[in-house]
Design a protein around this ligand. Structure first.
Ligand SMILES: [Zn+2]
Length: 74
């Protein structure tokens, strides 16, 4: 299923890389800031803190969902 709203792997990696630097990710297609949503929080009976990030472009509706590993503390 090829959906234009779905980013390919290179695009997802670009978004993820931006997020990793602490910046607001920019949609690789539209160049607009993506909306960030947090899913889960690790306080629902999970044995460890697991966090997922869901980034959505308000323009093309492209979205990226990925797990965030908290290896270091800021
Ligand atoms: Zn977009």
């Amino acid at each position: 299923m090829k959906d234009r709203a779905q980013f390919d792997r290179a695009e997802r990696n670009a978004v993820r890389a931006q997020f990793a630097t602490g910046e607001v990710p920019i949609c690789p297609r539209c160049g607009v800031a993506m909306t960030e949503r947090k899913i889960g929080g690790g306080s629902f009976g999970l044995g460890y803190a697991r966090k997922r990030e869901w980034l959505i472009c308000p323009r093309c509706r492209g979205s990226v969902l990925f797990d965030v590993r908290r290896g270091t503390r800021n």
